[in-house]
Design a protein around this ligand. Structure first.
Ligand code: XMP
Length: 421
């Protein structure tokens, strides 16, 4: 028996390298599956407090992509996919760009903010009673992203891209989602490296033609087995086990593969097969912000998947809860008691195979629009890759380096010796 060392995001830092361009010039365009490319390397987690139509539409309009959760009937999930596919792809549907005050007043009647362009200056017009921190900031940052050249994530026909979660055992649902026009399926099990799950995935693959992101997995062996099971027809790999903010698998079952190490493992396996760069690695779980995301990308990922980062936003699938201390949103693991009960009630095919809770449920602070989170990620990633000496994600794979820090060293990296006000 050997005990292998693993690394989490907090264990490493990005080594500064010679930057080829200014951070504002860093391009973040990437692949999320073998055939789909997007401008922002972000997928939202398929979780019932995170991704439904509202968030999926917004994310695709601003260059990222959403993955619809599966905690509902197959018909309902397919209907959500159809709604995203038929939505207007223009980012201006979120925040209309107008040239007169009359048009702005007309636009805000629909409850959306508007941007009034006059003499090269942009002014933000808000609906009565709305707060600037939510809709005003959304309007401002949305146009800052567009200024960067970020385009909506769309298919060949110009419709918004969307993914949808499915269990490997649920062929009916996969077929329905494909018929609804889903762009890619995301296999949604905690541990795909299991003989029954792999056999089921093989069978599911035979029944659909759409691309499949397979996961979750965390080791080199698992990557090799998944690729073998699918005869190389893998759309992408979803890696990381039990690093998620709401995961309790690591505590309950003692099993875990931190997302950063899972990415490194997947990269090693793909490099061995000559497939790194053609099968995207999606780093899933524990990504708290642009710093973690940059580390995942440098390690070899093509994009990150995030639940917590988007859970507190206006557009997430949970309602706003008002407490004395402020506004919050519910966020829960898909293997938490509440989520499992909903699944059990809604779809017998999705019935959990185990009754063990491996997730927690709680509240996260309300954080305004998801545009703010995406913009923060975008500009933060540009800065991080700039420091790393890379002008693109591909260049980061080739040139950028990570280094290990000691737990004591971490104290120095964070703000210290100051009382924060
Ligand atoms: P973050 O850190 O972004 O992680 O909130 C989201 C990812 O966590 C996984 N997930 C779970 N893992 N128990 C787990 O062990 C759960 O109940 C659970 N629910 C979600 C999932 O991979 C998600 O994308």
């Amino acid at each position: 028996m050997t005990v292998e060392p693993v690394l989490t995001f907090a264990d490493v830092i990005i080594v500064p390298g010679k930057a080829p361009v200014e951070p504002g010039m860093v391009r973040l365009e990437t692949s999320i599956t073998r055939s789909h490319r997007v401008d922002i390397p972000l997928l939202s987690s398929p979780m019932d407090t995170v991704t439904e139509v509202r968030l999926a539409v917004l994310l695709a309009r601003i260059g990222a992509v959403g993955v619809i959760h599966r905690n509902m009937t197959a018909e309902e999930e397919a209907e959500m996919v159809r709604r995203v596919k038929s939505a207007d792809p223009s980012p201006e549907s979120e925040v209309p760009l107008v040239s007169s005050l009359e048009e702005a007043i007309e636009a805000v009647k629909n409850g959306v903010p508007a941007v009034l362009l006059k003499g090269g200056e942009r002014a933000i017009v808000l609906p009565e009673g709305s707060d600037y921190q939510t809709l005003g900031v959304k309007a401002e940052l949305l146009y800052q992203l567009l200024d960067q050249g970020v385009r909506p994530s769309v298919d060949e026909q110009g419709r918004l891209l969307v993914g949808a979660a499915v269990s490997p055992f649920d062929v009916n649902r996969a077929v329905m989602l494909e018929k609804a026009g889903v762009d890619f399926l995301v296999i949604d099990v905690a541990h795909l490296h299991n003989v029954n799950a792999l056999e089921a995935l093989k069978n599911l693959r035979r029944n659909v033609g759409v691309e499949i992101i397979a996961g979750n997995i965390g080791t080199k062996e698992a990557v090799l087995d998944v690729i073998q099971a699918l005869d190389g027809e893998v759309g992408g790999l979803r890696v990381g086990i039990s690093s998620g903010s709401i995961c309790s698998t690591g505590v309950v079952a003692g099993a875990s593969m931190p997302t950063l190490t899972a990415v490194i493992q997947a990269r090693l396996a793909l490099e061995e097969l000559g497939l790194h760069g053609s099968i995207p690695i999606i780093a899933d779980g524990g990504v708290r912000g642009p710093g973690d995301a940059a580390k995942a990308l440098i390690a070899g990922a093509s994009a990150v998947m995030a639940g917590r980062m988007l859970a507190g936003t206006l557009e997430s699938a949970a309602p706003i809860v008002r407490l004395e201390k402020g506004r919050f949103k519910v966020y829960r693991g898909m293997a938490s008691r509440g989520a499992m009960e909903r699944r059990y009630a809604s779809d017998r095919y999705s019935r959990p195979s185990k009754r063990l809770e491996e997730g927690v449920e709680g509240l996260v602070p309300f954080e305004g629009s998801a545009v703010r989170v995406v913009a923060h990620l975008y500009f933060g990633l540009q800065a991080a890759l700039g420091y790393a000496g890379a002008g693109s994600i591909r260049e980061a794979w080739e040139k950028a380096r990570l280094a290990k820090v000691t737990p004591i060293g971490l104290q120095e990296i964070k703000p210290h010796d100051i009382i924060l006000t």
